[in-house]
Design a protein around this ligand. Structure first.
Ligand SMILES: [Zn+2]
Length: 95
């Protein structure tokens, strides 16, 4: 029985409408989502294996998820002020 993959070999996305095939350096065709097909297309060299392809896609993802370390005190203060103002307006209306 042949291996039939109906999900992206990189991220596992199973939406058939977003899935395409991309050719590895070996000529093997694997199923990937449109996003990862694009990432692969943009590589100067094709991936030899699914593992390499996954690695390529992972490298694109910068560890910018940790935005909490970014100083947002200023923004927080502005938001607090904005909401405080709104709340005050609402209270005034009641009176
Ligand atoms: Zn994917």
């Amino acid at each position: 029985m042949e291996t039939r993959t109906h999900s992206c070999v990189v991220c596992g996305l199973g939406d058939a409408r977003a899935l395409v095939k991309t050719a590895l350096a070996t000529g093997q065709r694997v199923v990937v989502c449109a996003t990862h097909a694009l990432v692969h297309d943009q590589q100067p060299i094709k991936a030899a294996t699914v593992e390499v392809l996954s690695g390529m896609c992972r490298e694109k993802r910068r560890p910018s998820e940790r935005r909490e370390s970014f100083p947002k005190d200023e923004l927080g203060a502005m938001l607090t002020a904005a909401f405080a103002g709104e709340r005050r307006t609402g209270t005034d209306r009641r009176g």
